[in-house]
Design a protein around this ligand. Structure first.
Ligand SMILES: [Zn+2]
Ligand SMILES: [Zn+2]
Length: 390
């Protein structure tokens, strides 16, 4: 045996088809006369690499070679031509380019088995659910593995047959003649769509796709503290890929419905409290309803929040109650409950009340009050109020 083809490509004798192909591309790139520069042996080396691959990539020739025969010259033919057609082990320019530019993996037949796409669905939840978390059911319009064929796409356990147009390569050659010689390029085989095989006996349930469109129920765990527009990622809960490929991820985008009492501001809850003028002046402690009150399962003592209004509270003052806002999505604890006080001036008074107010005005020397123009001391009040009343 003149040449050790395994040594030429630098692969062990039990190398896989794929390993041989990889080794060939690497070698061909190193010794190609256009690349190797002025090595006078380049052409000879290149030819040897071509020979080695022509033999080792062809199961029949490889078998002859492994038995000690000479598969290239035994027939007494005119030797080996590296620029003959690819099936004879010829050299393909696009293969070399692919090896050089890292696109080699795109060659050869593409697999029918592909990962499913990620899926995005939107889900509307209440502020209560966003704040304290929930477990929600979702009906998903998606792809699942075809149970009739187990994802193979073939009927009755049959196997796809090799495409006669491309002999399983998944691509066909186009040869254009130019004054520099033949320029060869490849295109996806139209007959097999690049798979290299044809399903002649497709599964009746999925028409050969290996998956079917169906509805599936998914349980989504909403974490406490999730906010409007947040996306929850559920790995491998998206649609199953063609050919029984693994499922993509499911993304659930949250929309939080507006609440009639509470507004959310980050981890804080904001509310407006209307308070009689006398209570604001004298000070008081009042029980206001909490967000937890939306859930009847919460303990009664959680359904209310005690808000202490100091004497002399102005309209627009914000009273913060620590720890009664929204649980933090990351980290621990809760934000605060902000209570903005809106002091209510009596709009209807009876005669007795009018006299009392008159007496109060005289006592406070406010019968002809000093007029203060401007909004000093109420900074942010109007915008906060607007926000809170939303
Ligand atoms: Zn084909
Ligand atoms: Zn099927």
């Amino acid at each position: 045996m003149a040449t050790d083809y395994y040594a030429v490509l630098g692969v062990p004798r039990d190398a896989s088809e794929e390993a041989i192909k990889r080794a060939y591309r690497k070698k061909a790139m190193q010794v190609h006369p256009d690349v190797a520069g002025d090595d006078p042996q380049a052409e000879e080396k290149f030819k040897t690499v071509q020979e080695a691959y022509a033999v080792l990539s062809d199961p029949q020739k490889k078998a002859v070679y492994d038995r000690g025969g000479d598969p290239l010259h035994s027939s007494g033919g005119g030797g080996f031509d590296p620029f003959a057609g690819f099936q004879a082990g010829g050299f393909d320019l696009s293969d070399l380019m692919g090896a050089m530019f890292g696109a080699a993996g795109q060659h050869g037949p593409r697999t029918r088995v592909r990962r499913g796409k990620d899926q995005l669905v939107r889900m509307r939840i209440s502020l209560l659910e966003a704040a304290f978390g929930a477990s929600k059911q979702l009906t998903l319009d998606t792809h699942t593995v075809c149970e009739a064929c187990g994802g193979s796409g073939t009927a009755d356990g049959s196997t796809p047959t090799t495409c006669p147009s491309c002999q399983g390569r998944g691509e066909t050659f186009i040869v254009q003649r130019s004054f520099l010689g033949d320029i060869r390029s490849t295109q996806t085989c139209a007959r097999c769509a690049g798979f290299g095989t044809i399903i002649t006996n497709p599964c009746a349930q999925c028409s050969g796709e290996g998956r079917i469109r169906t509805k599936r129920n998914v349980t989504v765990q909403i974490p406490a503290g999730v906010a409007d527009r947040n996306r929850i990622q559920l790995p491998s809960q998206g649609e199953v890929g063609p050919g029984g490929g693994s499922a993509g991820d499911l993304f659930v985008e949250i929309t939080v419905s507006p609440h009639e009492v509470f507004k959310r501001d980050g981890d804080n809850l904001e509310m407006v409290l209307r308070l009689p003028m006398t209570a604001a002046a004298l000070g008081t402690t009042i029980q206001v309803r909490s967000l937890e009150a939306d859930n009847p399962d919460y303990p009664a003592d959680q359904a209310e929040v005690a808000v202490t209004v100091p004497a002399g509270t102005q309209s627009g003052a914000r009273i913060a109650v620590k720890g009664r806002g929204v649980p933090r999505l990351r980290g621990s604890g809760r934000g605060e409950l902000g209570v903005t006080v809106l002091v209510q001036t009596p709009s209807k008074v009876n005669e007795e009340q009018r006299i009392l107010l008159q007496q109060l005005a005289e006592l406070r020397d406010e019968v002809s009050p000093e007029i203060v123009v401007g909004d000093a001391g109420t900074k942010g009040f109007f915008s906060r109020l607007k926000d809170s009343l939303g």
